[in-house]
Design a protein. Structure first.
Length: 292
């Protein structure tokens, strides 16, 4: 009711559970609708020049390696998300708790990602003329499930949005008002300053949603890669080597972030994913600043 880290953790748990349930039920309904695994394979094979059954998207060997590595790099950005790493920082000390958290996290990811990949492939067969592929979950839920169940499934989209949005708002507010001590000289207390930051960020996000690009997936990947490139090298160095000096910290964060923005601006190519999702965080990790 009052918000804060505990409230966000509880709501994230419920939202994550809803996403996991949706990732099992809806792909299963879609798989049945296409005629089972055999029908799915036959349907994908009938789509000309799509190569949906190829792990490398049918690209030549070198380009295929770049494609796979680029997608792999998206997962490497996970530790660079502040709202994710904060959950591990908040764990009780002890290897048992950490081991349990690791199993839960990886298990949840396998269920959700495998289910959504399956749903996407089934959607290619069921709705080949879909104008916007990003709404396939909504279309499939409405067409394949009863209205009430479809409504619950569609709320998983909102859960995915809110589980990240509320966590990011909380991290950003605490970073600006507490860590950077912005507004400390004013008469407002820490809680009031945090609320102002959340309000300003919310207005900025609404403006970006209204007037920015409408492609959700590409924007999310860009933000994901940029934060991962800024923080992953620093986190890995801290784990391996211990505390890093302030100068090296700033250099690694700035270099990784700017490289990610530069790579995002490059023309599309088979190797763009590598430059966008791997090089920006790998280069600061092995740069001279890493030895400081």
């Amino acid at each position: 009711m009052l918000g804060g880290f505990w409230a966000v953790s509880l709501t994230d748990t419920l939202q994550g559970f809803l996403m996991a349930v949706t990732s099992v039920l809806l792909p299963l309904a879609a798989l049945i609708a296409v005629g089972g695994p055999a029908g799915l394979v036959e349907g994908l094979q009938s789509i000309p020049s799509a190569n949906y059954l190829s792990l490398t998207r049918g690209l030549p060997s070198a380009a295929g390696v770049g494609f796979v590595l680029g997608l792999f790099g998206i997962g490497i950005s996970y530790p660079g998300q502040p709202h994710v790493i904060n959950r591990y920082m908040a764990l009780e000390r002890g290897r048992t708790i950490l081991r349990r958290a690791r199993v839960i996290s990886i298990g949840w990811a396998v269920v959700v990602y495998a289910g959504m990949l399956l749903l996407g492939l089934c959607g290619r067969v069921l709705y080949p003329d879909l104008a916007d592929p990003e709404v396939v979950l909504i279309i499939a839920a409405n067409n394949l499930l009863p209205a009430v169940v479809a409504g619950v499934m569609i709320t998983a989209v909102l859960s995915a949005i809110m589980s990240t949005a509320d966590s990011q708002l909380l991290v950003a507010a605490s970073s600006i008002s507490h860590d950077l001590e912005v507004g400390r000289s004013s008469s407002w207390n820490l809680l009031s300053r945090s609320r102002v930051v959340v309000l300003c960020l919310s207005f900025g996000a609404v403006g970006a949603a209204l007037y920015g690009s409408q492609e959700i997936f590409s924007r999310v990947l860009f933000a994901w890669a940029a934060m991962g490139s800024a923080f992953v090298p620093l986190i890995l160095l801290t784990v391996w080597r211990g505390p890093v000096s302030a100068g090296a910290t700033l250099a690694a964060m700035t270099t990784g972030f700017l490289l990610s923005v530069t790579a995002y601006s490059l023309p599309d190519s088979d190797w763009k994913d590598v430059f966008e999702y791997i090089v920006p965080w790998a280069l600061p990790l092995f740069s001279p600043s890493a030895s400081v």
